[in-house]
Design a protein around this ligand. Sequence first.
Ligand code: PHE
Length: 396
Amino acid sequence: MTKRENVAYTVPNLKDYSAKALEKVSRELTSALEQESNAVNTEAEWKTLRDRWMARKNGILTQINEMWLKAAPKDAKREVGQKVNALKLIVENRVAKAYANVDDLSEVYGHSTSRGSVEEVRRAARKKLETQGSLDITLPGIRRPLGAEHPIIKTMNEIVSVFRNLGYSMEEGPEIETDYYNFEALNFPPNHPARDTQDTLFIANQESKPLRDRLLLRTHTSPVQIRTMEKMQPPVRVVCPGKVHRNDAPDATHSPIFHQVEGLAVDTNITFCDLKGTLDHAMKALFGSSVKTRFYPSFFPFTEPSADVQISCIFCGGKGYRDGGRCPNCKASGWIELLGCGMVDPNVYGFVNYDSKKVSGFAFGMGVERIAILKYGVDDIQLFFQGDVRFLEQFA
Ligand code: PHE
């Protein structure tokens, strides 16, 4: 026959709900708890103990809730409830404390128990468990540093808002474009030498597709002009910010990935004067009202005529010299080249079913990094992409 003390404790049904009877079953329960907790030596044994007493499904706590409290007659419920609640706290506490008996205390103490004697480790573990039981509201909270807008996004938003104030809306397009949108519809015919100025990465293994459908990383935001004109009729006034890619080796002024903001205005009777006035205003809004602009003949396949826009050097005030020497920022010319623009080439309207006899418009495109470099006096474009917090937090 098995000895009495070796028989595992089982929760008895209650027939008698008197205070005395409750006291008796509670004592039996806590003494079983004490015995079983003392027997814990390993992590596995502790887990068995925890589950036997606290498992939600059929742990002893759940059982006393069912068998004692729920089964109790109405007039005994209050007293039984209080008892069951008290037992719950006792069990939870005792099971938590039993963890201090586990020989391998690595989980509580840290990574290894090799530091100090087992006794020391136990003491540390007990201390930790004691403090875990209470909440110290005087401790300072965990501070999480706030993030800030990246200087490129910040500059891009600033540019967009200048045009938003002029009544422009915003459009975005895909970064992986087809040859058609990136080149062909912008009047870069296949094999035209103008394509060489915007070399990029093509997605591999597309030789079986017609050229116009092949995918590439867009080299500029101008394809969004085409996408916009395909879906809306004039009047159109949009700015299109986004990321672009070129086959350029990285150095202080080049990056194979950078950002542009494109602009497009198409309506009846839009002239080069509107283009000049708009960009002159935008440059003054971005760099200060004393900045002057000048338009220089240039070439883009999708604009005719085309121009590069220069602003008077913001470092030397357009003089070309400062601090008793040549201004290094404008190479002593007094001007800094900033963006490309022009009147939309009538050939482009042919691709989007606009009537080039009825409408006219202008487009422009500017590099966001270049503008940020000038605005913030940054001397290396690579800093924007390295993710160094010491650099980035200066823009917060
Ligand atoms: N897309 C041109 C570029 O990346 C810039 C541009 C845009 C020029 C719009 C004229 C009009 O170089």
